[in-house]
Design a protein around this ligand. Sequence first.
Ligand code: NDP
Length: 461
Amino acid sequence: MTAYDYDLFVIGAGSGGVRAARLAALDGKRVAVAEEHRTGGTCVIRGCVPKKFMVMASDFAHQFQIAEGYGWTVPEPTFDWPRFIEAKDVEIARLSGIYAANLGKAGAELIHGRAVLKDAHTVEIVGKDRTYTAERILIATGGRPWVPPRLPGVEHAITSEQAFHLPELPKRILIAGGGYIAVEFAGIFAGLGVETTLIYRGPNILRGFDDDVRAHLAAEIEKRGVKVILGCQHDRLEKKATGVVNHLENGMALETDVVMFATGRIPYVKDLGLETAGVELTDDGAVKVDEFSRTTAENIWAIGDVTDRMNLTPVAIREAVAFHSTVFRDRPMKFDYEAVATAVFSQPPVGTVGLSEAEARRACGGGVDVYMTRFRPMKYAFTGSDERMLMKLVVDKESRRVVGVHIVGPDAPEIIQVAAIAVKAGLTKAQWDATCAVHPTVAEELVTMREPVRPQETTLG
Ligand code: NDP
């Protein structure tokens, strides 16, 4: 028996923190988890889950259009934003409750309040005049939206956090940023009939993704009604009685009811007392960890977005599992960040795993073969829609392994999960081709592309 109150004290009850706490508690360890908001963290409360509900709510408008092509008469559909928000919030509250209940069932104690470190083994709950000691501490505080702090008028903009709770659906919105959140919310609002403008400073949205995906998606979201302005950013924002005027660097002034900044997220480390505990940060402000998630303080560990490694819920969960194995099972385990599939819930959505073509050209000494197809999904046959689906395989010429899969179109997030198994397993193009197609599906294209479209070096960036 140690002299500490707990074997493990977790700060943050999000996906990563809760998983680590439950695993340790199920091993019989004495575990506490402090959470200043609701249990569930970004993913459940203000991220993946409510976002996906919004994407699904918004997608109905598109489905109604398709239905008409199939002979349905769809009376003028109307959308009740407050009713949807209420339904969503009831479900989020239910899920948050499950997180709390699961902690209790595993035997971990949930402490409501903001925890700050007093030293490497002591945590104080702010405002409650209560301190706890723990042999080990796990920091899993996640991230927070970031907006350019010096931009004049930026206080008139919202972030994704407020977008989940707007009192009413705006008529006009401008979204700044070209990453996951910007693209996803642009699709949500455009689908719900909001006049939507996306402004991004770079040459095309989704920097870091495959260039064909970026070009394809930018064109498709415009077809769905998003006005995309590239190579441009804000000069200032001005509040007026009728809305907010977006003064852009190119001289344009565009008034909208709501302006949303989706310009990135930063690790949530503010006033955590990290320095008093000997926990150092990286130059980018993330908690510095080694490959086993140990910080610069010997008994303190950190996982998830606060470490800014790969900011995805399933990754935080795997980091939690690796932490538990390393620390409590005496089986050192590192999470393998290779070939982690990801989805952007844009409309149409994106699924991607492995290397982009540009990355593969740099990584594969012997060159790459690119297999790619663009086609109209069968579902749109009667709609007059010219929406196209993109499927792309990037193959290492020497090993013949499929090193990247990129999909834009219906069900891409579902398809990529399965494709990721093959990429992670290192299967070759011949093995993909030996797999018989499922017909008629869109996914069958993945095993029926026979001729590379780009065997040679191209000018693609
Ligand atoms: P991202 O880092 O993906 O994108 C931020 C965007 O803001 C980029 O386009 C960036 O431009 C732009 N930007 C940054 N600074 C400025 C500035 N000063 N002025 C104008 N534009 C700026 O962040 P998100 O907020 O979209 O998402 C955060 C993270 O959350 C993601 O990286 C992802 O890991 C995770 N996430 C995952 C989701 C999923 O799995 N579906 C969904 C949502 C979030 P540039 O590219 O030029 O730097």
